[in-house]
Design a protein. Structure first.
Lengths: 434, 398
């Protein structure tokens, strides 16, 4: 979700846009602060991306640590296989979420984070139980490792495709009566709603620019890749920076850069530089594979395939359907944010969203990357495939991989699937042109 | 156990009862449910594992029907096309039975919030079967009365309104009190059966108890209680059943997708007396009676908040993980634990490292294996369970 946080080299920097350089600096600074916690005494909370309460944490000067991000960073650095093996030797099943096992393995191996620095122990485990059952078990497991309080925020599921008053009130009441008092106890500071509102104001500004960037993919050619490339764009807002001045500046900078690409008629930046001709526009459902991220991206870009929209870009918040954090309703707004994350949406809503993306982004088809160890995303995806094909009349493709377990990335199989799929799209187009 | 059962013919009567239960357990077409509907004109609403408040449905004249997926002899033709190889089996058989018309007699299905697979299955059902009531029952993971309790009450009130909109009678507090009492009795009978099995496991073989509990899922609570009562009397009175030199084990992890009956028989034949388990857990999800006085809906809510078992599907905030399992080992007199979870079951398998730690800390021997509801080969499990039982009998100090 964020750029791999190794220190930038001069060669790397020469190829990067200003926004990328800025993001790297932001992340490096954040991990420096985390590494310095034993000396500075700053507080930190471990929490999850979907349903994260970053603004609230920041209003208490709490530093967020996101175990999913650490896990995916471990995969991008080639460490996850070793960490998963550690967890499996401890008795964790081969059947369950590999984010969890990578995190447990990392913890048992010294808790060295993405920058090579040791991560601090949490002062609080903030369990935002949003859209993924495994989150709950994950923090029960972490609770066994740390002597710190756990605060649970149960976010109801949007089973009927809407947020009811009862759901909103339930989440707000938990924030008011459970989460905020727990954060007050952890920090010794009183809740400051004015500070929270300031952060929420900045969140909304950054969200406006992020949505503009994501929707820039409606242009032909698309100036961005909204699946692989989007991972880099989403880093700050999905992780520790939503609600900060840094995030506002970053997204304004990014918007300006993408705006310039649109003006010049350029396609997205790929691992090999500027993309060539845009041959296929696809919508992608499911998280990326992190162990072979660039290899998978290259399988798309070699075929001239550009992801113009993705659902993964919405796991940390679905902003493009209108939601913005609202400082005039701070807790209600946080509640609606949590309730609205992508994996908290019902299958029919996910089907609607994908069908809409295909139409609005003028996609040639859609692809599902089905992740072995993520039931929240994967259970039901074959049904989604059928339904979206039927509604959109566009062909769907399906391939399988995993989040961070390299044993489940079969490059030859995936490449074969993708090549066949794109070949079929090409033939369909050629047939339609006759 | 009352002494009402006649000594003569007890084994035969027991065999007939179990045979009837076995037929109900294997009847995918839900013939008993169809007959109930014809007889009463009421609605029948299915529910997936583990727990739904059946009392609420009953009070509105609705028959709650427990759906627990398929068995080893159910051929999955369409269901597999909806799921990748790394998803558990219960949603496949559930879709299969939905698509082949087995559940056509159901006016709705409730999907309790226990995991992402069952959750997402609720959305599939909405699109596959648009004509029926589909309710995702969002059970709270916050157990404070004013927070999770209030939310849960809203959920139940909404469910009640949805049932009424489909033709069920409006929820009446007096009717709900009567339903609470009936289900209290049903649960009490199940508790007594479990207590009898703890004391004399040879009298209540688990493969038999299991089909009786499964059969009760498709019967009205009145019929269920009658069957449980008769089974309790007959099993308790059957003097032909003699003890064997078996190891007493507690089996855990099988609370959702159920093992094939052959697996349970295999474990027993391998030398295990199962003296506690997680099978068909709706019967024991609440530990004790729900008060019938005062606000009955409030009592139903409070029971869920404060009296439910420490299921892996419930967030354990303050208590020590595995504490309840160790307590169950002690109460049941189990000499070992079988961690017996379905493949790809997130709640069971993510929980297991924590509960294994608790069991090890308590010095209780354990072993672990996985299954699918359609597993057909048990030789490896038989050897594993047999070795485990032998090791308990030979060397365990417990």
């Amino acid at each position: 979700m964020t750029v791999p946080a190794r220190r930038p080299s001069a060669v790397d920097d020469a190829r990067k846009d200003d926004s990328q350089r800025r993001q790297k600096e932001m992340i490096a600074r954040h991990f420096d602060r985390l590494a310095a916690v034993p000396e500075t005494g700053e507080r930190c909370a471990y929490t999850f991306v979907p349903g994260n309460l970053t603004e609230l944490l920041l209003s208490f000067d709490i530093l967020p640590v996101l175990p999913e991000i650490n896990a995916l960073q471990s995969a991008m650095r080639g460490k996850s296989a070793e960490y998963i093996a550690v967890a499996e030797r401890l008795g964790h099943s081969e059947d369950v979420c590999t984010y969890v096992k990578s995190d447990i393995g990392m913890l048992r191996s010294g808790n060295i984070g993405p920058t090579g620095q040791r991560l601090p122990k949490p002062d609080v485990l903030l369990l935002s139980y949003t859209g993924c059952f495994t989150f709950m078990k994950w923090f029960e497991l972490l609770r066994e490792e740390y002597a710190c309080p756990v605060v649970m925020l149960h976010v109801p599921y949007q089973a009927d495709g809407r947020i009811t008053d009862a759901m909103r009130q339930y989440v707000v009441a938990q924030l008011r009566e459970k989460v905020i008092p727990a954060l007050e106890r952890a920090t010794g500071r009183a809740y400051d709603e004015d500070r929270l509102k300031e952060h929420l104001t900045r969140s909304a500004q950054a969200e406006d620019d992020l949505v503009w960037v994501l929707q820039s993919a409606k242009n032909v050619p698309s100036p961005i890749d909204a699946y692989f490339g989007a991972v880099y764009y989403l880093g700050p807002i999905f992780s520790s920076f939503r609600g900060t001045e840094d995030a506002v500046t970053y997204y304004r900078m990014l918007r300006d850069e993408i705006s310039e690409r649109v003006r010049l008629g350029k396609g997205p930046v790929t691992p090999d530089g500027d993309a060539g001709e845009e041959r296929f526009r696809v919508v992608v459902e499911g998280p990326p594979n992190w162990t072979s991220f660039r290899q998978l991206w290259k399988m798309f870009s070699d075929e001239g395939a550009v992801a113009v929209a993705s659902t993964y870009a919405k796991v940390g918040g679905v902003y493009d359907t209108g939601f913005r954090h609202d400082p005039s309703r701070p807790l209600e707004s946080l509640a609606e944010y949590c309730l609205g994350c992508y994996t908290n949406l019902s299958l029919p809503t996910r089907i609607d969203l994908l069908s809409r993306y295909i139409s609005e982004y003028r996609a040639d088809g859609f692809l599902i990357n089905s992740i072995k160890s993520c039931n929240s995303f994967s259970a039901g995806q074959l049904h989604i495939l059928r339904e979206v094909e039927a509604r959109s009349a566009k062909p769907g493709g399906f391939f399988e991989s995993d989040l961070v377990d390299p044993r489940y990335f079969s490059a030859a199989n995936i490449k074969n699937r993708l090549e066949s799929y794109f070949q079929m799209l090409g033939q369909k187009r050629a047939g339609g042109a006759r | 156990v009352s002494g009402a059962a006649d000594a003569a013919g007890i084994p035969e009567r027991l065999a007939a009862l179990v045979a009837r239960a076995d037929r109900l357990y294997r009847d995918d077409r839900l013939t008993a449910v169809r007959a109930w509907k014809e007889r009463t004109g009421g609605l029948a609403v299915g529910f997936l594992p583990i727990y739904v408040p059946r009392e609420l449905l009953h009070a509105q004249g609705v028959l709650p029907v427990g759906l627990m997926g398929g068995r080893e002899d159910l051929e999955i033709i369409k269901g597999d096309a909806y799921y990748q190889s790394y998803i558990c089996h219960i949603p496949r058989s559930t879709v299969e039975l939905g698509l082949n018309g087995s559940y056509a007699c159901l006016d709705g299905i409730l999907f309790p919030a226990i995991c992402d697979v069952i959750r997402n299955l609720s959305g599939m059902w909405q699109t596959l079967f648009p004509g029926v009531l589909v309710r995702y029952l969002d059970l709270p993971q916050e157990f404070t009365p004013g927070l999770g309790g209030l939310f849960y009450r809203h959920e139940l009130e909404q469910l009640s309104r949805d049932l009424q909109a489909r033709g069920a009678t409006p929820l009446d507090p007096e009717a709900l009190r009567r339903s609470l009492a009936l289900y209290n009795e049903d649960r009490r009978l199940v508790r007594e059966l479990y207590a009898l099995r703890r004391v004399e496991p040879w009298k209540v073989p688990t493969h038999e108890l299991y089909v009786v509990l499964r059969a009760s899922l498709v019967l009205s609570v009145e019929e269920s209680s009658a069957m449980l009562r008769e089974y309790l009397e007959l099993a308790g009175a059957d003097a032909t059943r003699r003890p064997l030199d078996q190891a007493r084990v507690l089996l855990t992890g099988s609370f959702c997708e159920q093992p094939p009956l052959g697996l349970i028989k295999t474990l027993e034949r391998a030398g295990c007396y199962i003296v506690d388990d997680d099978f068909v857990q709706v019967h024991r999800f609440l530990r004790s009676d729900i008060p019938t006085d005062g606000d009955p809906l409030g009592n139903l809510v409070t029971a869920f908040l404060t009296d439910a078992v420490a299921s892996p599907t419930r967030y354990i905030g303050e208590a020590v993980k595995g504490q309840e399992l160790v307590r169950r080992v002690e109460e049941s007199g189990a000499e070992g634990v079988l961690f017996c979870a379905p493949s790809f079951c997130d709640p069971a398998l993510l929980d297991q490292p924590m509960t294994v730690t608790a069991v090890e800390r308590a010095g209780v021997p354990w072993t672990a294996f996985k299954y699918s509801e359609n597993s057909g080969q048990f030789q490896v499990i038989r050897e594993q369970a047999g070795t485990f039982a032998d090791s308990i009998k030979l060397w365990s100090a417990r």
